[in-house]
Design a protein around this ligand. Structure first.
Ligand code: KIV
Ligand code: ZN
Length: 524
């Protein structure tokens, strides 16, 4: 079976076709319940995506909120060659908002969509097929006023009648769409079917070789990556995906898995991406740290165990030749072969070099602060690992400009209750202190914070992870708070789990405060 003619997205290299990577961590990924990110976090992630040479960054859905608008606008301003994209429904006002947010982008893309499946048209849109076709024509035509690069998506494409899908795509192409996305919105398709759909669409639709075809797969049946690859094998040249597979419900295709599958299996899938793969591990950690969503230990590519060999037979094989059990090297995805670093005698220059190798370039002031914190940690902990340094710096960067901060904490724990906490905090320069009891030490700490900063937010998640092995390991604590539809995740690391807990709670409170201000229009 031959693949019909398709538009290339770059030069072929060693007989391999280029595939574009479209990251939607900040848009579809942020739609994961509880995974919201602040503007500062999104800017930081956008910088990393750019360093990774991701081709397209979907920075948000500009019309959905002032916060999303600002994110798209500011990322559009910072981006160099990376294409910046905003999602927009098919309405003219949505598209105007997307266009406005993208005004400063060097390479802007408007991404507009409408549902095409019978169930969505009837129950969600309450529109007939002709009205949908009209909306497609009008929305794509209007989008072209803002960008020469316009992506059109057929939401729920995989449950759309084939003939109607062809008509809809034909209208989008005739109206000026440059990228056609065929989403498996509900994660229902499987690789043979999804690949076949691309082949048939490309064969049947006039001018199909004038546009770039794109996959967008949800993971409800665990098939998102396999489906995306099947799409590519059958003519798609863009994969929409998210770091750590973030996204609605079971998520999207995981960016790191799609990229590494194409890299490792280039022998039988003749495609390549431009993604700088040694940055994948850092991206995964950053997204997990921002959202508080842990990465499952056995997750492909970026899980803690992805390169660990436990059984004696495997270890023996590895010692004789790595290829016995390793299809890629940890270094290929940015996992250093040994992560042991310095102790308390390490100097500032070595520390700065280590930070740079981990992807952090800090100015003098923050560098000095980080170095001091590193020294404090090295006093408490014999071995300081890369993971400790990452936790320490992430923690420091997150803590900047906090309205509320922890000054002092003393906790009584153990079998002879009641467990209690003595807490001193600083709220906008004013020192407040209290003593509280609780059902366990963490409860006592959180009760003390509630007394000092009264609020109605509900604790949705409290999670503790050890950064490294051993009883002296730092604890990273995530706390998710929600209040009237606003959600914020705080994170902090410290060798003392209770200190980390207090700081994570306060971090979430500070983020919630920013969200509240944004929601009431008091701040951007
Ligand atoms: O899953 C989906 O259909 C989407 C579209 C808006 C592209 O996210
Ligand atoms: Zn989606």
């Amino acid at each position: 079976m031959t693949t019909p003619a398709i538009k290339p997205v770059g030069p072929a290299v060693n007989g391999k076709d280029r595939v574009l990577i479209f990251d939607t961590t900040m848009r579809d990924g942020e739609q994961s319940p509880g995974a919201s990110m602040t503007l500062r976090e999104k800017l930081e992630l956008a910088e990393l995506l750019q360093e990774m040479k991701v081709d397209v960054c979907e920075a948000g859905f500009a019309a959905s909120s002032e916060g999303d608008f600002q994110c798209v606008a500011q990322i559009a301003e910072l981006a160099k060659d990376m294409t910046i994209c905003s999602l927009a429904r098919s309405t003219l006002t949505d598209i105007d908002r997307a266009g406005e947010a993208l005004r400063k982008a060097k390479n802007p893309r408007v991404h507009t969509f409408i549902s095409t499946s019978p169930v969505h048209m009837k129950h969600k849109l309450k529109m007939g097929p002709n009205a949908v076709l009209e909306a497609i024509g009008a929305s794509v035509t209007h989008s072209r006023k803002y960008a020469s690069d316009v992506e059109w998506s057929a939401e729920d494409a995989t449950r759309t009648e084939f003939d109607f899908l062809c008509k809809a795509i034909d209208v989008a192409i005739q109206s000026g769409a440059t990228v056609i996305n065929v989403p498996d919105t509900v994660g229902y398709s499987h690789p043979t079917e999804y690949g076949d759909l691309f082949r048939r669409l490309i064969e049947n639709i006039p001018n199909s070789d004038k546009v770039i075809w794109s996959t967008h797969c949800h993971n409800d049946l665990g098939l998102a990556v396999a489906n995306s690859l099947a799409g590519v094998i059958n003519g798609a040249r863009q994969i929409e995906c998210a770091i750590n597979g973030m996204g609605e419900r079971a998520g999207n295709a995981a960016l790191e898995e799609c990229v590494m599958a194409l890299k490792v299996r280039g022998d039988s899938m003749p495609f390549y991406t431009e993604v700088v793969t040694p940055k994948l591990s850092r991206a995964s950690k950053m997204v997990s740290s921002i959202t508080g969503f842990p990465v499952q230990y056995n997750k492909a590519i970026v899980g803690k165990n992805a390169f660990a060999h436990e059984s004696g037979i495997h270890q023996d094989g590895m010692l004789k030749n790595r290829e016995t059990y390793e299809i890629m090297q940890p270094e290929d995805v940015g996992v250093p072969s040994t992560s042991l670093i310095m102790g308390k005698l390490s100097g500032r220059n070595a520390f700065r070099d280590k930070l740079e190798s981990l992807g952090y370039v800090l100015e003098r002031g923050p560098l000095n602060d980080a170095f001091k914190r590193f020294k404090d940690l090295a006093d408490k902990k014999k071995h300081v690992f890369d993971e400790d340094i990452i936790a320490l710096v992430d923690d420091q960067l997150a803590a900047v400009q906090e309205r509320v901060s922890i000054k002092r904490l003393k906790v009584v724990a153990g079998t002879d209750g009641p467990q209690s906490a003595e807490l001193e905090i600083v709220v906008e320069g004013e020192v407040r202190s209290t003593h509280a009891t609780g059902n366990g030490p963490v409860d006592a700490v959180f009760n003390a914070i509630r007394q000092l900063v009264p609020h109605t937010a509900v604790l949705e998640l409290y999670q503790v992870n050890a950064v490294t092995e051993g009883t002296d390991a730092q604890a990273t604590v995530s706390v998710r708070l929600s209040e009237q539809g606003l959600v914020a995740t705080g994170k902090a690391s410290d060798p003392d789990t209770l200190v980390a807990s207090a700081r994570a709670y306060v971090h979430a409170l500070n983020k919630l405060e920013v969200r509240r201000a944004k929601a009431t229009g008091a701040a951007a």
